[in-house]
Design a protein around this ligand. Structure first.
Ligand code: NAP
Length: 268
């Protein structure tokens, strides 16, 4: 597979820096430049070994540009950097909500991909859902596939609206899992464990459960039921969750996130 050697990441916030760090780890020889207006974040990236610029370079020599700025900043970014319209390479947007059609309109290129990665990309354990324009060349598709494969697992969709669902599921996923983990830590502390032990026990619970689910290719509810001894202790907790409709609440929360992603796209 074709491998990119030269990448430009615009926006080194949470997601942009996670992508940069994951790529550096998996491909130390890859040239990665980040563009980041915030001086503190720029300094952080420089101390992590990246080249960090305040603004877009005048000459765009990378094979791939990754746009990782807030969706609300995209219109002003494209207006402030008209030279990006002459860029001959592949542009990957990880911005929530900005459609391929809007990207094409503002960037004047059909060599585009929308990707929704997540923060575990920083440790090469990420999940990315991607789509491409029909005009994206095979070479560019291969470059992007290879790039995100270095950051973890990859799933390609042809149906662009699924990218908004992926924004809710994949982009936000680590937040929901961490939210649940925070509740377990809070319970453990309230039950008398110190914070370090509570956190460490919870992290091990998540790691072990995730490995077990993957190893057994097991539906999550089947593992859940294996823990629930009839009339036992776990069953009490799960019954309480069910009474409170926690699963429906979670599903509705993700639907709200998906709607928000679609709304961000209509904003400009
Ligand atoms: N966080 C996630 O887990 C996640 C997952 C999937 C997708 N995404 C998408 O990734 C994008 C970035 O999210 P984030 O969480 O990383 O946000 P973030 O932490 O706020 O980072 C965005 C960065 O872009 C910088 N920026 C703003 N305008 C810029 C410009 N014109 N040129 C260059 N840099 C600019 C910001 O600098 P200032 O702070 O100085 O403005 C900030 O450092 C968003 O579009 C989001 O939808 C995020």
């Amino acid at each position: 597979m074709t491998t990119a050697t030269n990448i430009l990441i615009v926006g080194a916030g949470h997601m942009g820096s996670a992508i940069a760090r994951g790529l550096k780890q998996s491909s130390p020889s890859m040239a990665i430049i980040v563009v980041e207006p915030n001086p503190d974040r720029r300094a952080e990236m420089i101390s992590a070994g990246f080249i960090a610029e305040e603004g877009m370079p005048t000459s765009l020599a990378s094979e791939i540009i990754i746009l990782s700025i807030p969706p609300q900043a995209f219109p002003s970014f494209s207006e402030a950097n008209p030279h990006i319209k002459q860029y001959p390479g592949m542009i990957v947007s990880v911005m929530a909500g900005i459609t391929l059609s809007e990207l094409k309109d503002r960037l004047k290129t059909p060599q585009l991909s929308r990707a929704i990665p997540n923060l575990p990309c920083a440790i090469n354990e990420g999940m990315t859902v991607l789509t491409f324009t029909p005009q994206a060349t095979k070479k560019n598709i291969d470059l992007v596939r290879d790039l995100f494969t270095k950051l973890g697992d990859l799933f390609i969709v042809n149906d662009e609206p699924l990218i908004d669902s992926a924004t809710a599921l994949v982009g936000g996923g680590p937040a929901y899992v961490s939210y649940f983990a925070a509740a377990l830590v809070e319970y453990a502390i309230s039950a008398g464990f110190d914070k370090t032990t509570a956190t460490s026990v919870t992290n091990t619970l998540f790691r072990g459960t995730s490995i077990l689910l993957t190893a057994n290719s097991e539906p999550p509810m089947s593992l859940c039921e294996r823990v629930m001894t009839p009339e036992g202790t776990t069953q009490r907790a799960i019954h309480f969750f069910n009474e409170k409709q926690i699963r429906n609440i979670i599903i509705d929360g993700l639907k709200h996130a998906c709607t928000r992603s679609r709304k961000l796209g209509r904003r400009a």
